[in-house]
Ligand binder design. Structure first.
Ligand code: KG4
Ligand code: ZN
Length: 334
């Protein structure tokens, strides 16, 4: 069963061909980072225009690299929520017209659920049930996954996502956008304990996250030190920020494992590439005798293959969308 999958929810246009939800035949990504970096963040209108320019040649390339034509494709999958509305609409509109033209079935996929499905591509032995935490630039979602298409959202963020905190602190430190990866490297060099940042925990809500207070505390400290002419140690800032994020993630996951005692945990999304988070959550899982599944670094960020994987399982569960499929900026069907 071959799925042609599309992703345009943020700043990557991605098209993939995936077989049986587990095997990548082709995974093409056109990144827009160079377009947005001079603004220090994603500019939605620029993102939509770049998706519109990239999607046709990228589809041709994805099919060619998979050694396929449209005739070899059994169904079409597309991210339709959550994300930037104008950006989502590009792939949704394109996938709908392709499905209409070819008569192939169409499946709308939830982007956050697709991040989890990236692990099916790398780990053939992974099967639900499990707990899954998706941490990215725009999303924070803790799910109990009882089946391939059954997700119960048990925790989320009250405000910002972890990636937002890394990227905005990165911007104030003068690190190129998006700052997450560079801050990861800086935190490896930096010494913990120079700065004291508040742990980002939500009181009375053991599975929820909050990264906005932490982000603001770090940025305020940087501005204050600059105004007073105090020296700043950027590596130490990255180390203490990362330490606070890792401890919050471990704390919430420990609470979740108590309430939902599963023996498998999936960590996914762009921020799951963070080496310190991988190490910290790895240590927690070892201590709790839980098997940790991580996507390879190439599948942590946005990609089309993860949409093809989740699209396959949605399709097998009977999900079908037609010409009325719409894009939704916030977590429709989460
Ligand atoms: O999943 P993704 O590509 O897009 C969203 O769905 O939001 O995630 C992008 C985010 C950015 O905030 C980026 O800075 C962050 O993932 N990121 C990292 C690392 N690599 C990417 N954050 C921390 N450490 C990393 N190594
Ligand atoms: Zn994403």
């Amino acid at each position: 069963m071959r799925i042609l999958a599309f992703e345009s929810s943020c700043d990557e246009t991605a098209v993939a061909v995936v077989e049986d939800g587990r095997r990548i035949l082709s995974d093409q990504i056109a990144s827009q980072i160079a377009l947005h970096s001079r603004f220090g963040g994603v500019v939605p209108e620029i993102a939509s225009r770049a998706h519109a320019e990239a999607i046709v040649p990228l589809t041709e390339k994805a099919l060619a690299c998979a050694g396929c034509t449209l005739d070899d494709i059994d169904a079409i999958a597309v991210t339709h929520t959550p994300g930037l509305l104008g950006a989502l609409l590009v792939a949704v509109g394109f996938a709908k017209s392709l499905a209409y033209d070819t008569g192939k079935p169409l499946v709308g996929v939830n982007h956050v659920q697709a991040h989890i499905a990236a692990c099916y591509l790398a780990h053939p032995e992974l099967k639900p049930p499990f707990l899954a935490l998706v941490i990215s630039g725009g999303h924070t979602a803790l799910y109990h996954v009882s089946d391939y298409t059954r997700f119960t959202l048990i925790g989320t963020t009250r405000d910002d996502a972890a990636g937002e905190a890394f990227d905005k602190v990165g911007r104030v430190l003068g690190v190129p956008y998006p700052g997450g990866k560079t801050l990861d490297e800086m935190a490896t060099r930096g010494k913990c304990g120079t700065y004291t940042f508040p742990p980002p925990l939500v009181k009375d809500s053991p599975l929820d996250f909050s990264f906005s207070g932490l982000k603001t505390a770090v940025i305020n400290r940087l501005h204050n030190d600059r105004q007073k002419g105090e020296p700043i140690d950027p590596d130490a800032v990255a180390a203490d920020l990362t330490e606070a994020v890792v401890s919050a993630i471990k704390n919430r996951l420990e609470n979740a494992l108590k309430l939902y005692p599963e023996s498998q945990l999936v960590l996914a999304g762009g921020v799951s590439a963070n080496s310190h988070i991988r190490k910290g959550v790895g240590a927690l899982c070892e201590q709790k005798n839980v098997r940790l599944f991580l996507p390879p670094l190439s599948l942590c960020g946005d990609n089309g293959a993860m949409v093809g994987a989740q699209g396959y399982f949605d399709f097998m569960a009977g999900k079908r969308d037609g010409i009325t499929l719409n894009a939704f900026a916030t977590g429709h069907s989460c």
